[in-house]
Ligand binder design. Structure first.
Ligand SMILES: Cc1ncc(C[n+]2csc(CCOP(=O)(O)OP(=O)(O)O)c2C)c(N)n1
Ligand SMILES: [Mg+2]
Length: 578
């Protein structure tokens, strides 16, 4: 029987049991194992949220849909099931849409489920409450978009949405739920039959045998092999097979940001601290769930050196191949299946990567690590990035289980380099777009989905995009410790506007005390001015599991423009005005 079936007072004599759109949506979600919804209530989905909560689904209410959307997006990454975001029509939908586009760009499965206004009025553009043709607007920004007009189609609508989100290359799906749908009544038995439990939503995609052989031949020919792990490899949850493949190959590996920890950054083959060397000097590069986009300089140019390269690429999406440079050994398939096929084929006598190459990479790595070490031990006050990150690095080492959320410019780039990760899917950050604003949404999503403590290290600008969600964190009593690297601004807090009295465009109120914000909601606020203070405060927060916000005072002059990617800023050829 449908859980939520009701007997309606004016039912015909035989007292048919009835259900409606509200309950069918709930039943469709539950049938498919979706246990959590992230959203913001309002017309026409307030009652739906209440009923979903009453039915046992966890419904987390945010202060802004974008943050709920980011929580859903990261839930998708962490669980391989679509994270669900629920919004009201027009403005709520638009607020959630950025996160849906972000999920699609990052290949995270997510469903944005928005209430919408009366179709007849919207389509005639007669000015309905929150009128907007949401389906048309969502379509180009996600993997698939559907609208359900009839209660009897809810089952199929959700089946299509779930399958579209998780199968093949995962991504965002929009599901348009008009207000009228929720109240539509139908026979409970027919309603139950109309629901679909999606069977094998993300079927394995086995790579072709000749593609695997081609990959072997190329890999075998390598004198200086390199394996690059992308967040697709982390998503795949094929951790053991990936580790075995890397170890069997003996090749240095380079983890992209969110693939850090798939193998520990301290692993003897990790080339994270010798990135420029391995990119330049390698001759065969095997990409596993990593794309040759801007983050890898499109696989060409100065970063990649002059020596010819051969690329092997493992990706589920055939269109990814040759997107930037020629891929001599494309392996199209899901990462788990592809890596297993490679591993099986390698057999017992696979020759390890040439020792001189591995040694050269490792000595470069040691040199770079040694160069960095003293900077991480300084106890300056105000802190510089390295002093602050030095203590956080130790804390993460001691608490490898915790989720590490990270955004900002310098705060991001330097933390990525300094902080070693030890377990898969523990580092969550700005992703493909380098977007600011994921912080608190990711923190909530990660805490809810994993039950693990979260340490979010945020630039003061980055934090501002989602800062109001510290109320959400306090309300749900989540074990989240937010550390704000407060350097009084975007990149630096030292810019001066020489014309007029307005502050420069990149600076904020000097000496802001972000820690006081969380106290308004009953959380713990700490102002930390030295690495020692920071260490004490973070350890106390992680031990207590209580919502905490630490204002880490960073020297406003310490950062650099745009962190590590200042080269992407266009330059004016005209002389700067005095
Ligand atoms: C949505 C969005 N808006 C704007 C930007 C441009 N942007 C890149 S980094 C950044 C903030 C950097 O400052 P902060 O977070 O304080 O880090 P810091 O470099 O100061 O450590 C901004 C606004 C962006 N990446 N995403
Ligand atoms: Mg800053």
């Amino acid at each position: 029987m449908v859980d939520a079936a009701v007997k309606i007072a004016d039912a015909p004599a035989e007292e048919r049991e009835l259900t409606d759109g509200f309950h069918l949506v709930i039943d469709a979600l539950k049938l498919n194992g979706i246990k959590t919804i992230y959203g913001v209530p309002g017309i026409p989905i307030t009652d739906f949220g209440r009923m979903a909560q009453a039915s046992g689904i966890r419904v987390l209410s945010f202060r802004h849909e974008q943050n709920a959307g980011y929580a859903a997006a990261i839930a998708g990454f962490l669980t391989k099931r679509p994270g669900v975001c629920l919004t009201v029509s027009a403005p709520g939908f638009l607020n959630g849409l950025t996160a849906l586009a972000h999920a699609t760009t990052n290949c995270f499965p997510m469903i944005l489920m928005s209430g919408s206004s009366e179709r007849e009025i919207v389509d005639l553009q007669q000015g309905d409450y929150e009128e907007m043709d949401q389906l048309a607007i969502a379509k180009p920004l996600c993997k698939a978009a559907f609208r359900v007009l009839h209660a009897a189609d809810i089952g199929i609508g959700f089946a299509r949405a779930i399958r579209a989100a998780v199968s093949g290359r995962p991504g965002g799906v929009y599901l348009d739920l008009p207000a009228k749908l929720f109240g539509q009544v139908m026979d409970a038995e027919a309603g139950k039959k109309s629901l679909v439990k999606v069977i094998d939503p993300a079927p394995a995609q086995i790579p072709a045998a000749d593609a695997i052989k081609r990959a072997f031949d190329v890999l075998k020919s390598a004198k200086r092999p390199l394996i690059i792990l992308g967040k697709g490899a982390a998503y795949a949850q094929a951790d053991d097979a990936i580790r075995m493949l890397v170890e069997k190959s003996g090749a240095p590996f380079l983890p992209m940001s969110m693939a850090k920890g798939l193998l520990p950054d301290t692993h003897p083959q990790c080339a994270g601290a010798a990135r420029s060397t391995v990119l330049k000097d390698s001759d065969v590069v095997m990409l596993i769930g990593a794309r040759l986009n801007w983050l890898l300089s499109h696989g060409k140019g100065k970063t990649w050196g002059d020596a010819p390269k051969k690329f092997i690429q493992i990706d589920i999406e055939p269109k990814e191949m040759d997107s930037n440079v020629e891929i001599v050994a494309p392996v199209v398939g899901d990462i788990g299946s592809a890596v297993s096929a490679l591993l099986n084929g390698m057999g017992a006598n696979w020759p390890a990567a040439p020792a001189d190459w591995v040694k050269a990479v490792m000595s470069k790595r040691e040199e770079n690590v040694a160069k960095m070490a003293p900077r991480l031990m300084n106890n300056n006050s105000p802190m510089d990035y390295h002093g602050a990150l030095g203590v956080l690095r130790t804390i993460v080492k001691e608490r490898p289980d915790a989720i590490f959320v990270n955004e900002g410019a310098n705060t991001l780039d330097l933390a990525r380099g300094v902080i070693d990760m030890y377990q898969p899917r523990k580092r969550l950050d700005v992703g493909t777009w380098g977007v600011m604003g994921i912080g608190m949404g990711y923190a909530v999503g990660a805490a809810i989905e994993t039950g693990k403590p979260v340490l979010a290290v945020e630039g003061d600008s980055a934090f501002g995009f989602s800062g109001m969600e510290i109320e959400t964190i306090c309300r749900y009593k989540l074990p989240v410790c937010v550390v704000i690297f407060n350097n009084d601004g975007i990149y630096r807090g030292t810019d001066v506007n020489n014309v007029g009295s307005d502050p420069a465009t990149t600076v904020f109120v000097k000496g802001s005390r972000y820690d006081k914000m969380i106290e308004a909601f009953g959380g713990t606020g700490v102002n930390a001015t030295s690495p020692d203070e920071l260490k004490r405060a973070v350890n106390a927060a992680m031990d207590s599991g209580k919502p905490t916000l630490i204002n880490a005072v960073i020297d406003p002059a310490a950062g650099s423009e745009s962190g590590r990617i200042g080269n992407l800023n266009p330059q004016s050829k005209l002389a700067k005005k005095k």
